[in-house]
Design a protein around this ligand. Structure first.
Ligand SMILES: NC(=O)c1ccc[n+]([C@@H]2O[C@H](COP(=O)([O-])OP(=O)(O)OC[C@H]3O[C@@H](n4cnc5c(N)ncnc54)[C@H](O)[C@@H]3O)[C@@H](O)[C@H]2O)c1
Length: 300
C-alpha cells in the first residue's frame, strides 16, 4: 500500500517539499537572470523588522522580496519544516531573511514564532497576517469541519498574529510622531462582496475586515496602524492552480475583471510596502483594493 505507513507518508512529505523548493529555486534563478539593478526608495522601510505569516506562499514571497529590496529584514512564518523554510528564506535574501515555523491556528505557535522573529529582527516593526486558505463549495455542502478550518486559518489566525505582534509593538520605543508598529492583513476583494460558493472564505475575509478596523481604532493611540491589502484574482496560490487546470476560470476572469486579466503577486506587494512606509503614516483602518476593477461589477 503506497500511503499506508508512516514512513511512506513522511517520504511523500519530503518529496513534496523537495519539488516545491526545486520549483522555487528555478523561479528565483530565472528572476535573478532577468533582473537589472534596481534603485528602490520608500521612506522609512530600510532597517525595519518585518514578520510575514504564510511567508513561503506566492504573495508572501513577493511581499518579502519587496521589503528586502527596500532594505528591510524579514522573517517568514509558515508551515514548512524549519530546514525547508530556511532554504526559502535564504533564496529570498541571504542575510536579510530568516524563517520560523508558525501555525497561525495555534496561539502558542504564533507567540513562539514572533519571539523567535524578534531574536533575528531585534523588534517587530511590521507584522503582515498573510497566511490563508480557500475552499469553494456550494453553501448547502459546507461541512462544519471545512467551515472551521477556513475560519481558523484566515480569521482566528489573523487575530492571533495581530494580537501577538501588537503586544510586542507596544513596547517599541516611540520617537515623536513615528509609529510604534504597522499591522497589515492580506484581505480579499470578496471581503465586502459575495462570491458564489465562497461562504466560509468570504465570511472569513469579511470578519478580517472588521477585525482590522477594531485594531486600527483601539491601537491608534499607541502609535500602531492597521490596514488591509485586498487583492482581486491573483495568478498565485490556489487560484493559479485552478486557472492552469480549468479553462472556466479564464473565461470568468474575462467576464469579471474590467482590466481583463489576473494580477501578479508582485503587483500586490508594492501596496504592503507603501502602507508600511512613512508616506502612509496617517493611514489607518482602511483597505487598498487591487482587483483590476472587479468590484465595479462589469455588466455587458
Ligand atoms: N491568490 C489569490 O487569488 C488571492 C486573492 C485574494 C487574496 N488572497 C489571499 O492572499 C493570501 C496569500 O495567498 P496566496 O495566493 O499567496 O496563496 P499560497 O497558497 O501561495 O500562500 C498561502 C500560504 O499560507 C500558508 N498557510 C496556510 N495555512 C497556514 C497556517 N495554519 N499557518 C501558517 N501558514 C499557513 C501556506 O503554507 C502558504 O505558504 C491569503 O490570505 C489569501 O486568502 C489570495
Amino acid at each position: 500500500m503506497l500511503f499506508g505507513s508512516t514512513e511512506a507518508s513522511e517520504a511523500w512529505g519530503l518529496a513534496t517539499h523537495f519539488s516545491f523548493l526545486f520549483a522555487l529555486f528555478r523561479q528565483q534563478e530565472w528572476t535573478f537572470l532577468n533582473s537589472k539593478p534596481l534603485q528602490i526608495y520608500m521612506k522609512g522601510i530600510a532597517g525595519k523588522g518585518v514578520f510575514i505569516s504564510g511567508g513561503c506562499g506566492d504573495i508572501g514571497r513577493a511581499v518579502a522580496t519587496r521589503f528586502i529590496e527596500a532594505g528591510a529584514r524579514v522573517v517568514l512564518g509558515d508551515l514548512l519544516p524549519q530546514r525547508a523554510g530556511r532554504v526559502v528564506a535564504k533564496l529570498l535574501g541571504a542575510t536579510a531573511a530568516n524563517y520560523v515555523r508558525c501555525d497561525v491556528t495555534s496561539a502558542a505557535s504564533v507567540t513562539r514564532a514572533l519571539q523567535q522573529a524578534v531574536e533575528f529582527l531585534d523588534q517587530i516593526d511590521v507584522a503582515i497576517s498573510n497566511a490563508g486558505t480557500v475552499t469553494n463549495e456550494p453553501f448547502l455542502n459546507v461541512s462544519a469541519r471545512g467551515w472551521h478550518r477556513t475560519l481558523d486559518v484566515n480569521l482566528t489566525g489573523s487575530f492571533l498574529v495581530a494580537q501577538a505582534a501588537a503586544r510586542l509593538m507596544i513596547k517599541n520605543p516611540r520617537r515623536g510622531r513615528a509609529r510604534r508598529g504597522v499591522i497589515l492583513f492580506t484581505g480579499s476583494w470578496v471581503q465586502e462582496m459575495p462570491w458564489p460558493h465562497g461562504a466560509s472564505y468570504c465570511a472569513s475575509k469579511g470578519g478580517q475586515l472588521m477585525l482590522m478596523k477594531i485594531i486600527a481604532q483601539e491601537l491608534a493611540p499607541h502609535g500602531i496602524t492597521a490596514n488591509i491589502v485586498a487583492p482581486g484574482m491573483v495568478y498565485g496560490g490556489l487560484t493559479k492552480v485552478i486557472y492552469d487546470r480549468d479553462g472556466r476560470l479564464a473565461k470568468l476572469v474575462d467576464k469579471t475583471v474590467p482590466l481583463l486579466r489576473m494580477c501578479s503577486p508582485e503587483e500586490v506587494a508594492g501596496s504592503f510596502l507603501y502602507l508600511a512606509s512613512d508616506d502612509a503614516a496617517y493611514i489607518t483602518g482602511t483597505s487598498v483594493v487591487i482587483d483590476g476593477g472587479a468590484t465595479l461589477v462589469r455588466r455587458e
